[in-house]
Design a protein around this ligand. Structure first.
Ligand SMILES: Nc1ncnc2c1ncn2[C@@H]1O[C@H](COP(=O)(O)OP(=O)(O)OP(=O)(O)O)[C@@H](O)[C@H]1O
Ligand SMILES: [Mg+2]
Length: 322
């Protein structure tokens, strides 16, 4: 995996701002970000970085048992960027928590680089950024980005911290406190922190969830560029279909609870991907197809919920002898 020291990243649309991947004409030059996938969700591939096979996850809750995931097979190849889409409550965060070693599967197997997730976590080679950025409010942005070094008991590599602040456009705010930054800047700091120890795997759970559309789009372009430079195996959970398509080599759609893999979409759109691509019909075709899948799922869930409510109502009326 190429992890050369990244050049400064101007926070611009790669279509107009130029960038390290080269300002090639889309569709005319060889794709510098050739898709690293082999075949889709094949469990057991020798290049698999992340692997869930036959994973079921139950959460006992009082007398009820919530089935969050049911028979999930999912493989992310080394250096691949996969987006995970699905309705709220379908188990997306649970997938990430399993891969981060924060949960155990009820049945099935979870592997990161063919080892239990804890191995990578213990080696500090896993970067995580969740929706709540969880920066330390009393520490400067530079110290927040340096935190993984301290957690790992390693001397802080100041050059690396400076490089990450430049990469995420925060070099002028190294000494600021999180409260002095905008929401988007805090999210960028959280991503810089996740990258601090050169992780081999990046798990992102709606990292841009609370941002306005314009900031979110800018951060999407920045993340696309960071990934192009460093090729870190990345699994991104998002509710935003455009974001999922813009960033990923593959988009995996889960069904509503319990979560199962419903659809895998290979995204063969050329890179670098920027604002111009998002205005093209071929981009919207993919986005519309995936949105329709999600809409269908929501509609069938709403139908099921309505049916269940009607049934409960009928049972109640029968009990009351009406
Ligand atoms: N620790 C837990 N204890 C009990 N139930 C849980 C726990 N964590 C998750 N669940 C349940 O598992 C299901 C999946 O939760 P999860 O957080 O993975 O969903 P999600 O797809 O990330 O949803 P969202 O898009 O809203 O973030 C939900 O029904 C949730 O209530
Ligand atoms: Mg979630």
């Amino acid at each position: 995996m190429g992890k050369s020291a990244p050049a400064s990243i101007p926070p611009t649309d790669p279509d107009t701002g130029g960038g390290p991947a080269g300002s090639t004409e889309e569709g005319t030059a060889p794709d510098p970000d050739a898709d690293p996938r082999t075949e889709s969700a094949d469990a057991g591939s020798p290049r698999a970085a992340l692997e869930l096979s036959g994973v079921t996850k139950h959460f006992p809750l009082r007398r009820r048992n919530t089935v969050a995931l049911d028979g999930v097979d999912l493989t992310v190849e080394q250096g691949e960027f996969v987006s995970l889409l699905g309705p709220s409550g379908c188990g997306k965060s649970t997938v990430l928590r399993l891969l981060a070693g924060l949960e155990e599967p009820t049945t099935g197997r979870v592997r990161v680089h063919d080892r239990p997730p804890a191995a990578l976590v213990n080696d500090h080679r896993l970067g995580i950024a969740f929706q709540q950025h969880a920066l330390l409010p009393w520490a400067s942005i530079a110290d927040n980005v340096a935190l993984p070094f301290r957690v790992a008991g390693r001397p802080v590599d100041r050059a690396r911290v400076t490089e990450l602040l430049r990469l995420t456009g925060l070099e002028e705010f190294a000494e600021a406190r999180p409260r002095q930054l905008s929401g988007g800047m805090r999210q960028r700091a959280a991503i810089a922190r996740a990258l601090a120890l050169n992780p081999e795997v990046l798990l992102l759970d709606e990292p841009f969830g609370s941002l306005d559309a314009v900031t979110r789009r800018r951060l999407n372009f920045e993340l696309a560029r960071i990934w192009s430079e460093q090729r870190i195996t990345t699994l991104l959970v998002t509710h935003d279909v455009e974001e999922a398509v813009l960033l990923a080599n593959r988009v995996v759609v889960l069904t509503g609870r319990p979560g199962r893999v419903r659809h895998v979409e290979h995204i063969d759109l050329p890179r670098p991907r920027g604002g111009r691509l998002t205005r093209e019909p071929r981009f919207h075709e993919v986005v519309d197809r995936l949105t329709a899948l999600l809409d269908g799922d929501l509609a069938s869930r709403a139908g099921a919920d309505e049916g269940a409510t009607a049934q409960t109502g009928r049972r109640w009326l029968r009990r009351r002898g009406r």
